[in-house]
Design a protein around this ligand. Structure first.
Ligand code: FUL
Length: 448
């Protein structure tokens, strides 16, 4: 086998871990809740000097939060247990800058507990965000802070039942004494693995989900979960050695193409690191009364391009100062859920005849005969991602009135799930795989 063929086939065999596979397949759509002193001071970033007395939600209702995200079809929720201001929403032993010193329930409240309980009751997975950047902790910028952070992490990992997702923000600013912190991420990750082995960890550069590179919900048109190890050094390196001498110093996780052949060929090794798309339903991460939720069209498009673009979708809905979600957001979530539900209600390929023809090792064609003319709006394709991501380009052509259309739609990656919005009235279509890294392994072809 030539070096090139060998390299391609190995790239197509880079596999997800069990937990990555679970996140992509079972819980790809979940909620973020940004809640804390900023909610009350109308800020996005607190400076850590806020008086805990500002935190006083008078009608807190985590059941309402959870019921609202359920209507959108989300399966998990992640709360900002501590944002950059250092204020802790749970009964921590590690700092006085917490809910213990707020008027909420006379200092006896615990938002992490209220949300995790509400999630459990509703069958929603629970997760948390714990900001490493802490603008309140006096030891920030010293090794002592890593101990403090680990203690906080341990409290959250051990006190609130099963955790599905832990979100490590990469932001690293100055603390109250002007110093920056060297975060000991290896030890943080070790703690998550020890206490919550099933939880996925989000961090800019892995280990389980990497940052997509923007906060506006824009997805890549080619989203490879297999990327150069240099980009995600917290992931497991699964192949060794570059095919081409080169250097990847110039690429960064917000570039529009990460897993291209040119990039992976120069990588010192490859790893499996799917991305997560994180965005807020409103312009801000925290609640600001004057802001409006984004349009249904924008949110639905982001859903199609994320969950249907080989990534996960973490959509933030900021609770109001009274501790409830804004009815405008609740309405939008419901509309989104209904749009998803109606768009993907009936798989028109249920009784279709599907046959595959191979053209050599890396090209193939699936003929899907529907039996009668059907009106299609979305095509859905899933690769057997458990064995790797392989398809690098494909086309869908439809048979309309007995003629095969000359399609100009060229798509690239598939991965866990690819949704293509394409309207057609046809009685058959072909999925033509025009290139792949090893033999394509298609798990599902559907049309809606
Ligand atoms: C960023 C933070 O600075 C924002 O406030 C927000 O929490 C976002 C999800 O991550 O790094």
């Amino acid at each position: 086998m030539s070096d090139f063929k060998c390299f391609l086939e190995n790239a197509g065999k880079v596999k997800p871990s069990e937990r990555q596979l679970r996140r992509l397949r079972e819980t790809p759509f979940y909620a973020f809740f940004h809640f804390g002193p900023n909610t009350f001071t109308d800020k996005e970033w607190g400076n850590g000097q806020e008086d805990p007395a500002v935190f006083n939600p008078t009608e807190l209702d985590c059941n309402q939060w959870v019921e609202a995200i359920k209507t959108a079809g989300m399966k998990g929720a992640v709360i900002t247990a501590k944002h950059h201001d250092g204020f802790c929403l749970w009964q921590t032993e590690t700092t006085a800058h917490s809910i213990k010193n707020s008027p909420y329930k006379n200092g006896k409240g615990d938002i992490v507990k209220e949300l995790s309980d509400a999630c459990r009751r509703a069958g929603i997975s629970f997760g948390f965000y714990l900001s490493p950047w802490d603008r309140n902790a006096s030891c920030y910028g010293t090794e002592e802070y890593n101990d403090l952070y680990r203690a906080q992490l341990t409290e959250l990992l051990t006190g609130y039942g099963e955790v599905f997702h832990v979100w490590f923000d990469g932001a690293c600013g100055e603390g109250p004494n002007g110093k920056k912190q060297a975060y000991d991420f290896d030890s943080y990750i070790e703690l998550v693995r020890k206490y919550q082995p099933n939880a996925t960890i989000f961090k800019d550069d892995g280990p389980d989900l990497r940052w997509c590179g923007n906060e506006s919900g824009s997805a890549r048109s080619s989203e490879w979960a297999v990327v150069p190890y240099e980009l995600c050094p917290f992931c497991k390196k699964q192949t060794q050695g570059a095919l081409i001498e080169g250097s990847l110093d110039g690429i960064y996780n917000c570039d529009c193409d990460l897993g291209t052949l040119e990039n992976i060929a120069c990588a010192s090794g490859l790893c499996f690191a799917p991305s997560e798309i994180d965005m807020s339903i409103r312009p801000g991460w925290f609640y600001h009364a004057e802001e409006e939720p984004h349009s249904l069209e924008r949110l639905f498009k982001t859903y199609l391009n994320s969950v249907g673009g080989n990534t996960t979708f973490n959509l933030n809905i900021p609770p109001m100062p009274n501790g409830k979600l804004d009815e405008r957001d609740v309405k939008r979530l419901k509309e989104l859920g209904e749009k998803i539900e109606t768009s993907f209600k009936t798989n028109l390929c249920e009784n279709a005849k599907i046959s595959r023809t191979d053209f050599g090792d890396y090209q193939s064609e699936y003929l899907v005969e529907l039996g009668e003319e059907k009106e299609i709006s979305y095509f859905e394709i899933m690769e057997n991602i458990a064995e790797g991501q392989r398809v690098s380009s494909f086309r869908i052509i439809c048979r309309v009135d007995g003629h095969w259309e000359k399609s100009i739609d060229n798509y690239t990656t598939v991965g866990s799930r690819r949704i293509c919005e394409k309207h057609s009235k046809c009685d058959a279509f072909k999925l033509i795989i025009t290139s792949s890294r090893g033999r394509a392994d298609i798990e599902k072809i559907a049309a809606y």
